[in-house]
Design a protein around this ligand. Structure first.
Ligand SMILES: CC(C)(COP(=O)(O)OP(=O)(O)OC[C@H]1O[C@@H](n2cnc3c(N)ncnc32)[C@H](O)[C@@H]1OP(=O)(O)O)[C@@H](O)C(=O)NCCC(=O)NCCS
Length: 163
């Protein structure tokens, strides 16, 4: 089997995102997105009983990345995932998704939106069995790019999309 980012970093520790991480998370957020989340948005998720908020420090010290996933009724929405640009392509993003699937359970219905131009994110999502099921037209206000709607275990579609 060829080595991928997700198999390279099986020793990486994934932990809970904490309030103390927020300054570093905001810095990564600003370097990762044209329309970054505000502090209030991070706080809202960190204080929600329906959110799973994960973090990784990678092999070096200091926050390297975070993932935020929220439950709406019976469905989980992967709302945010970002890795420090200097520490990408080392498996950290994939390892956070691995832990998320452990926390939610293999059969959890999980959805997200992603830009069709975001090749790195699409590579990660495809690896974990997310499938594109449609588009939201002109979803991203900065450049009016469509969003791909992706699902893993879409309700009503039967079975797992990845075993
Ligand atoms: C998406 C993101 C979290 C991935 O984090 P990461 O730690 O680099 O992820 P990994 O190292 O686990 O995996 C990256 C994969 O993308 C692939 N990749 C990276 N750049 C790529 C590109 N330009 N084209 C195609 N694939 C690419 C890598 O080859 C790797 O795939 P592999 O596992 O098959 O080797 C990171 O790129 C990021 O923070 N992006 C900015 C924020 C963002 O766009 N978040 C997603 C919003 S929907």
């Amino acid at each position: 089997m060829s080595e991928t980012a997700s198999t390279r970093s099986s020793a990486i520790e994934i932990r809970s995102l904490t309030f103390a991480d927020l300054p570093a998370a905001m810095a990564i957020e600003r370097r990762s997105f044209g329309s970054p989340w505000s502090l209030a948005m991070f706080l809202s998720e960190l204080t929600s009983p329906d959110a799973v908020c994960l973090a990784t420090d990678g092999p070096e010290r200091g926050l390297a990345g975070y993932l935020i996933c929220t439950r709406y009724d019976q469905v989980w929405h992967l709302n945010n995932i970002a890795v420090d640009p200097a520490r990408r392509c080392r498996g950290l993003g994939s390892q956070m998704v691995v832990r998320l699937l452990e926390v939610l359970g293999e059969r959890a219905p999980l959805t997200l939106e992603v830009r069709p131009s975001n090749r790195a994110a699409l590579a990660v999502y495809a690896h974990f069995g997310f499938r594109s099921v449609g588009r939201r037209r002109r979803y991203y206000p900065d450049n009016a790019e469509d969003a791909l709607i992706m699902w893993r275990n879409e309700p009503g579609k039967g079975g797992l999309t990845r075993g």
